[in-house]
Design a protein around this ligand. Structure first.
Ligand code: GDP
Length: 420
């Protein structure tokens, strides 16, 4: 095991090979249990297909998925020389995009999978856009299925060009992106440089993963712990659970839950079924607070220090980018906002400025409407109390997605919060 931890998102269009790549990464890093490989090796040999263990492991994963037993791709873990990686989301999940947003601050970096034979597809755009808005630091782009295009350099170059255009479009620093021609299925350029791509002299995927910058845990920021669920556990009492986004929680701390506006002293903190005196960013914890009952708090509350409680917005100003909306968005529109673990209907009270996405400058003051592709600064009024923070102060609690009609309409960052 390595010391440093990274949360990694695997993103990309459906069928471009995300699950296969995760399987390959687990396989190459020795993270598939030996007995599972051994079993597949025996089966493969019995069927006269020695050397096909990988395909068998993948078939097995697929089969388990179909039976619903699910060796879930999300939360799979593998280690390289530098990092312990956790895959934070599940490719193929119906709610992938939504999860990506609500759990977005969880991913430090991402691998974008683009099939060489298909190039940039609708979900490639959607995921890159979200990765950009939600502050993914670096993108590793795996141009996958190189085996299907006969490992042609020109095809690789075309896909690189296409993806670079997309990155420029959403103003993703292309310096922070590296492109690797891979075959998740055959294993080219994953753990070892492939003989099939003599024209490529860059890093392998595992090298690129090793070279990712170290995430800096936001321990200096005030405690912010969005509540995922609230349980009642006999012998302990009320146990809210969630993941610490920023700051540190110690037993004995005085905490406040917002917007429920209750608080008390932290009695116990539990992590991985063990009691701990202290928990840090990235830790999934259950904890118990003196005097708090099950009905006092709920999912969507944020726990913070009593003397620096989470902000509750009367209104907030935000920068949004409209991804896809069938018509136009005007003041008065009230879709559902997804921010950390909260889902709250919010009204777009005013559209203050339309921005030129290329230059970032103001293109129009107080426009009547915005539509797909537009970036704008808007003022938003939550219809129920919502805890949210300016992105400049606590980025982990400063982004959101706007959903309507079963899809993500827009995503945004909070510029300022007008507290109650
Ligand atoms: P996902 O929807 O992005 O998770 O895609 P999958 O991993 O399920 O892959 C979709 C299909 O593409 C499957 O039939 C895979 O076997 C196939 N596939 C994935 N990677 C490769 C590859 O590198 N080469 C080839 N030839 N097929 C691949």
């Amino acid at each position: 095991m390595s010391e440093q931890h990274q949360n990694l998102a695997i993103i990309g269009h459906v069928d471009h090979g995300k699950s296969t790549l995760v399987g390959r990464l687990l396989y190459e890093t020795g993270s598939v249990p030996e007995h599972v490989i051994e079993q597949h090796r025996e089966e493969a040999e019995e069927k006269g297909k020695g050397g096909f263990e990988f395909a068998y492991v993948m078939d097995n994963l697929a089969e388990e998925r179909e039976r619903g037993v699910t060796i879930d791709i999300a939360h799979q873990e593998f280690s390289t020389d530098t990092y312990d990686f956790t895959i934070v989301d599940c490719p193929g999940h119906r709610d992938f995009v939504k999860n990506m947003i609500t759990g977005a601050s969880q991913a430090d970096n991402a691998v974008l999978v683009v099939a060489a034979d298909d190039g940039v597809a609708p979900q490639t755009q959607e995921h890159v856009f979200l990765a950009r808005t939600l502050g993914i630091d670096e993108l590793i782009i795996g141009v996958n299925k190189m085996d299907i295009v006969d490992y042609e350099e020109s095809t690789f170059d075309e896909v690189v060009e296409e993806v670079n255009q997309l990155l420029n479009q959403v103003q993703f620093q292309t310096d922070d992106a590296s492109f690797i021609p891979i075959s998740a299925f055959e294993g080219d350029n994953i753990a070892e440089a492939s003989d099939n791509t003599p024209w490529y002299d860059g890093v392998t995927l595992l090298e690129a993963l090793n070279n990712l910058p170290e995430p800096e845990p936001p321990t200096d920021a005030p405690l912010r712990l969005p509540i995922q669920d609230v349980y009642t556990i006999s012998g302990i009492g009320t146990v809210p659970v969630g993941r610490i986004e920023t700051g540190v929680m110690n037993t004995g701390d005085d905490v406040s839950f917002q917007p429920s506006d209750v608080g008390g002293e932290v009695k116990t903190i539990e992590m991985h079924h063990e009691e701990v005196p202290k928990a840090e960013p990235g830790d999934n914890v259950g904890f118990n607070v003196r005097g708090i009952g099950k009905d006092d708090i709920r999912r969507g509350d944020v726990c913070g220090p009593a003397d620096d409680p989470p902000s509750v917005a009367e209104t907030f100003q935000a920068q949004v980018v409209v991804m896809q909306h069938p018509s136009v968005i005007t003041a008065g529109y009230t879709p559902v906002f997804h921010a950390h673990t909260a889902q709250v209907a919010c009204t777009i009270e005013s559209i203050d400025k339309k921005m030129d996405p290329a230059s970032g400058e103001v293109a129009e003051e107080n426009p009547d409407f915005i539509q797909s592709g537009d970036a704008a600064v808007v003022t938003i009024r939550p219809q129920k109390p919502l805890s949210i923070e300016p992105s400049s102060e606590i980025p982990e609690l400063g982004s959101f997605a706007i959903r309507d009609m079963g899809q993500t309409i827009a995503a945004g960052k909070v510029l300022s919060v007008n507290e109650k």
